[in-house]
Design a binder for this molecule. Structure first.
Ligand SMILES: *Cc1c(COP(=O)(O)O)cnc(C)c1O
Length: 448
């Protein structure tokens, strides 16, 4: 039996309330505080008491995953904020400095603001993204936060309180009209933040309509979540846990597939009794759990960690799904791993596991044109190259058409790569440019 736990949330002003943190020196604590004034910080008593191994701090992976440190900011950004706090600037000035830095951190990578938002009658529809034909992402406004924030999170801009940086739809559900009219869409993915931070009541407002007539084309409902890791009590002993699971059952019995897209970065997150119980209870509803994570330096840059995590997942009935490259936003300079090394870690982990685990796809970069996987590193007619492939693309015709980039030991993102064999462009580049320009033009035309 799992006993209920009362949630205690810690933000950037609560460092004094975390007993374990008091072991750190005042300088160390202050540097965490400085960094947490730029990148969003939030954790809770479960993460602090059960997931972090405080004997291994500051190197412990779960500590790095949740506590922002000074090296996660560029030195000039850190210095600016350090001075502001040391000199006790007024709060509004500190906020302005923080925001200035944030806008320099590529808050919305991969063209999310410019290219993914659908147009309805020439108007941009906020709160959803439609990049790949089959799948619409929905960002429920009440789900734009998480139980705890990951220091590398590519959605960090959702959490810093700047409205112009935020994707969110409200409960008026205009997005439903869009989905109803787009019969090519089979998947609706609720994302955030973490939609499971919402009460069941709120969640139902978004999901229940999709079970009704008019939405027969929607086969799969996905919910992206970190809750199994950061607050498994959500599924076990919280006030509306049972109601949540009943709702999952209802979705499944309506004939649709319910996929919980669980975010796990390290096997430690699945090691507690309550996490195991959460997985068991979710699976008992008929929902499937799939797992995804980026490769992150200091946290999981080791093939052993991945192999152990995937094995544990499959034993629990979780299906490994995506192995991502950390995106070019926020603290990427700190967490990034060169593509060549990322491929080696992926391959070494993949080599160690059975076929049931090799459902995992990657290493994948979610870039502007699509999800680009590194298929291999090889030599063709004397030139060392990366073999690349689209797992998903803005134009479905680009999918699974191998293409080649010159090998580069230090490249860490698609933008760092150049086409191999002397070509000056990758095959999709002209068309991508046309697609994005066309979108801009139609928005401008309507605005005039
Ligand atoms: C990854 C992603 C999806 C889902 O892709 P699948 O391959 O179907 O899992 C949908 N939309 C966006 C914008 C994505 O980045």
């Amino acid at each position: 039996m799992i006993s209920p736990r009362k949630l205690k949330i810690f933000g950037k002003r609560d460092f004094d309330k975390i007993p374990q943190l008091q072991k750190l020196s005042n300088d160390e604590k202050f540097s965490i505080k400085v960094a947490s004034h730029v990148l969003p910080f939030r954790t809770n008593n479960y993460v602090v008491d059960e997931l972090i191994d405080w004997n291994k701090v500051p190197d412990d992976p779960m500590f790095k995953l949740t506590f922002i440190n000074s090296d996660m900011l560029l030195p000039e950004h850190y210095d600016t904020m350090y001075r502001a706090l040391k000199n006790n600037y007024p709060p509004e000035k500190i906020k302005a400095i923080a925001n200035e830095i944030r806008f320099e951190l590529n808050p919305h990578p991969a063209g999310q603001l410019s290219a993914n938002l659908p147009l309805v009658n020439g108007e941009i529809m906020n709160g959803i993204q439609h990049k790949y034909r089959e799948t619409v992402l929905v960002f429920p406004s009440a789900g734009q936060t998480c139980h705890a924030f990951c220091s590398f999170c590519f959605r960090w801009a959702q959490f810093v309180g700047i409205d112009t940086l935020k994707f969110a739809t409200d409960e008026s559900n205009k997005f439903l009209e869009y989905i109803k009219n787009h019969k090519e869409v089979t998947d609706v993915l609720f994302t955030g933040g973490d939609p499971l931070i919402m009460t069941v009541q709120k969640l139902k407002i978004y999901i229940e309509p999709l079970l009704k007539p008019g939405f027969e084309h929607i086969q799969n409902i996905r919910i992206g979540t970190k809750s199994i890791s950061y607050w498994p009590y959500r599924f076990v002993t919280d006030k509306d846990s049972d109601e949540l699971l009943k709702f999952f059952e209802k979705i499944v019995s309506s004939g649709k597939h319910l996929a919980i897209m669980g975010h796990f970065n390290h096997w430690v997150e699945l090691s507690t009794d309550v996490a195991k119980e959460a997985v068991k209870r979710i699976r008992n509803t008929g929902a499937e759990i799939r797992s995804q994570s980026p490769l992150i330096k200091f946290i999981n840059d080791d093939s052993e960690v991945w192999a152990r995590m995937w094995k544990e997942q499959v034993k629990m009935g979780i299906i490994p799904y995506y192995f991502f490259i950390a995106r070019n936003t926020g603290a990427q300079h700190y967490f990034k791993i060169p593509l060549a090394k990322a491929f080696t870690i992926y391959r070494n982990a993949y080599k160690k596991v059975s076929g049931l685990i090799r459902t995992v796809r990657g290493p994948s970069m979610s870039a502007t044109p699509g999800k680009v996987a590194i298929e291999g590193i090889t030599e063709i007619y004397g030139e060392k190259v990366f073999v690349l492939n689209f797992i998903q693309a803005r134009n479905p015709a680009w999918v699974k058409r191998p293409f080649f980039a010159t090998f580069d030991e230090t490249a860490a993102w698609l933008d760092d790569l150049t086409p191999a064999f002397g070509s000056d462009k990758f095959f999709y580049e002209d068309e991508l440019e046309r697609m994005i320009n066309r979108k801009f033009e139609s928005v401008k035309a309507e605005a005039i």
